[in-house]
Write a protein that binds this ligand. Sequence first.
Ligand code: HEM
Length: 624
Amino acid sequence: MLSCRDLAARVAREEDAPVPDNAPGQTNTSTPRTSRPLPLPDKISPVRSYTTDHPPHSSNVIHCVCTISNDNLSLQAPFWWIHLDAIDDGAPGGDHQIAASLPCSTAMDKAYVAILTFVFLLVLRYLVGRRVGAGGKGGNNGKQGKQAATRLPPSPPSVPFLGHLHLAKTPFHATLARLAAAHGPVFSMLMGSRRAVVVSSPELAKECFTENDVVFANRPLFPSQRILSFDGASLSMASYGPYWRNLRRVAAVQLLSAHRVACMSPVISGEVRAMVRRMNRAAAAADGGAARVQMKRRLFELSLSVLMETIAQTKTSRTEANADSDMSPEAHEFKQIVDDVVPHLGTANLWDYLPVLRWFDVFGVMKKLVDAVNRREVFLRRLIDAERLRENGGGNDGEKKSVIAVLLSLQKSEPEVYTDTMIMSLCATTSTTTEWAMALLLNNPEVLKKAQAEIDTAVGTSRLITPDDLPRLTYLHCIISETLRLYPAAPLLLPHESAADCKVGGYDVPRGTILLVNVYAIHRDPAVWEDPGEFRPERFEGGKAEGRLLMPFGMGRRKCPGETLALRTIGLVLGTLIQCFDWDRVDGVEVDMTEGGGLTIPMTVPLEAMCRPRAALRGVLQGL
Ligand code: HEM
């Protein structure tokens, strides 16, 4: 296996991996770019599209090639100044390559170098633009012909080098929704040197994931994700092909099937009970019998604990001495790693799109990622080794097996790939969704009361909700659907990438284009939903919303395989919180619903609330 440091070095050297040759219907049958270990060539030249006989780079000279077309500019390696040459390489449409060989210095301040490089590129592009313009119309004929034949989706005005990256304001999904209002339901953007197409209507989303499903089944592998996802070997990042299919089959059949999720239910119920017990104790100790609860922290800890329990059965190492925490020491350790990694994930991460930031590691991102990944690998290995020991001691019995035990018994050599993907996916998504649901309920107390009444009728007050009650709690289900409509945990899904040229909404989408589906905008389309910004669970009652596209878990073959587990966990957690406590806003102040950015939609202000044990449930709570 490639070590993390090797991988980081490789990411820095290899910039933007080429699009795999997966034509639709004849997908990659060779070893995917994500299979491990990927053999490292003895020597990787930073020049990939070197087309002239300029001298090769030497130890103190780094050679680079930039490809410049009328709307795009990409650079393959860092450089200093020695000579600069514009080469008409005969590329159609006046695409030109500029070669520059430059001596390297290490003493200079990285940020300064990055800025100089950026300015240099701007000037370069301007000069080449002039040269191409002055070079006569003949030189552009090929391009004009190609442009006439190729009808790309409309695009907002771009700036050199950055493309549209300057528009990438947080939260990115909201920015893209505004751009869609101006440019239509399908538009294209240049993210540095990568082209992206953004789709924001239900019809076009369906088109992408039905007739173009295979074409868009790939994932772009950004440098940060490459480091974080075992060089793209994790299920969510693997490129489409036999390797991904194998991972996905094991995940769907062995780990996340309805049967496995049912086996996990006692674990989820046990963790929820532990959280409620702690909240009840906190309320009993508080003035006035109501405790101020940090919901964000509690819910995240709960998700992580559920996962640690289902994945590795870490309960044995839990110390009840820490009365305020729901997490095992292992979960605590993993939380710290997640906290270090999450800020660097996201679809609009400048570091991923601008090679210049990576070459000089301007914000120290590379170092932080490598450190976090190293710690994570050691941690996961420890969990797996502990499971092996338990297996050898005969400590695992059938259905109650942990996820790692299942993988080991399947003779999978890479349990960490699954384990890591599942922990990362579950924690952020389920806890964020439950947090938004609670926030919406606090701002809409009449909905909270209606949900409480439904639970009292269906379950009673003499016992806690169990997973078997969930199918009967239809209003609770409507609340969850409405929450996922307004705040889909992955508002732009995970990015997809086209493996071949295709058409979307009548426009041409070239191979290698990133596809962003703005689920956030689709779920708030006023043509589909009346008063789309309002929280109204009733719109889902009695199948009224049937036929309208709701896709918080995605669509097509890359759809989330964890939907059943997620819905069951959210249902049980939310239902139990509603059943056991009366909830109030802190100081009666309306909850701040401002959205944050990143791969998920976090609440900008972490949710806090006042919880008071319900008198009718006192007996049950005391018995926990
Ligand atoms: C509220 C909870 C969740 C939401 C809203 C959610 C949503 C999503 C979305 C939108 C995608 C991308 C789909 C696409 O790109 O088309 C995805 C992928 C994925 N999710 Fe979830 N998810 C949730 C919970 C979970 C859980 C609990 C697990 C597993 C423990 C999980 C595992 C995965 C995996 C492995 C993928 C990648 C699938 C692939 O690329 O083949 N998710 N999820």
